[in-house]
Design a protein around this ligand. Structure first.
Ligand SMILES: Cc1ncc(COP(=O)(O)O)c(C=O)c1O
Length: 309
């Protein structure tokens, strides 16, 4: 969870507006019908200046999410890259979470979104660890949710649509009520899909596996990053589904996400995972942090510097 601490500016519909003026009408279509798509991106201090991690990939996913819902974005990916950089420079907060959102605005009421114009806003605020600093170090306690992950026959999980998060909210509430840090959702085939805001990985005998894109997950940018870093480091990776019982027999389990980073899971439903040592997780945390901070020359192109105006 990250508490929102206001910054000076929000980019809204093509211009910077003061934080307190970035408002919408209460009858906004997206608020009523979940007709909104969004992104979560990380901005941080790196060697060479303040940088945004894999900005273009996030904005391409943003564009794809809009496409799935036939939401006509009035800005190209290049224009949005410029908008994020402009906002980052104006706010000047180096460690920040960046949240672009596009939604059908105020206009008509009814399920059909076509009568309401698409609005786009980008906010950013200082960064906090989503599953806590302690979680990243000691590992989090997860529970398998009784809620099934949405699937592409009903609500396409690969679109980062606000409506998807109703499913995540139910899982999160249940996990919290049970005293757990996070939920793990199974898909309708009974295989492990992901967390409410994270992808999941399993390590067994030195091999990394993560559910495939077809298993009801969001194609995480951090998931892709970890897969690439692992392969480069000689760790074998499989994009294959695994079952609930394979959670319990894992040597290591971990979540990945822009907000969660690379976070070990130390327990599932009260059962300890592995020995409690996370050699693969620790290695991947280091490689990921190096890439974020600009210490991995091979991946210099993952960083977009805010630069000068
Ligand atoms: C449902 C879901 N799965 C996975 C992720 C991880 O994606 P990423 O690594 O791109 O942040 C997120 C976070 O955006 C998410 O909301």
């Amino acid at each position: 969870m990250t508490a929102i601490v206001p910054t000076a500016w929000i980019w809204m519909d093509g211009r910077l507006v003061a934080w307190d003026d970035a408002k919408v009408h209460v009858l906004t279509h997206g608020l009523h019908y979940g007709s909104a798509i969004f992104e979560g991106i990380r901005c941080h201090r790196a060697t060479g200046g303040t940088a945004v991690f894999r900005l273009r990939e996030h904005l391409e996913r943003f564009r794809d999410s809009a496409k799935i819902y036939e939401m006509h974005l009035p800005y190209s990916v290049d224009e949005l890259v410029r908008a994020v950089r402009e906002l980052g420079r104006a706010n000047g907060s180096p460690e920040a979470y960046v949240r672009p959102i596009a939604f059908t605005g105020y206009g008509e009421m009814g399920v059909d979104p076509s009568g309401s114009r698409v609005q786009v806003a980008i906010g950013m605020w200082p960064w906090g660890a989503y599953l806590g600093e302690a979680g990243a170090q000691r590992g989090v306690r997860a529970t398998v949710s009784s809620w099934t992950r949405i699937d592409s026959r009903s609500l396409p999980p690969q679109a980062k649509c606000s409506a998807n998060y109703a499913n995540g909210i139910l899982a999160k509430l249940e996990a919290r009520a049970g005293g757990y840090d996070e939920a793990l959702l199974l898909n309708s085939a009974g295989l492990v899909a992901e967390g409410p805001g994270e992808n999941v990985f399993r390590v067994r005998n030195g091999v990394l596996s993560t559910p495939p894109a077809s298993s009801g997950i969001l194609r995480g940018v951090t998931r892709d990053t970890v897969v690439q870093l692992a392969i480069e480091d000689g760790i074998p990776v499989q994009r294959t589904g695994f079952t609930r019982e394979e959670l319990f027999t894992a040597d290591e389990l971990f979540f990945t996400g822009t907000a969660a980073g690379v976070t070990p899971i130390r327990e599932v439903d009260g059962r300890p995972i592995g020995t409690g040592a996370y050699p693969v997780v620790r290695r991947l945390q280091t490689l990921y942090e190096d890439a974020l901070r600009g210490r991995a020359p091979k991946h210099a192109d993952w960083l977009t510097y805010l630069g000068a105006a």
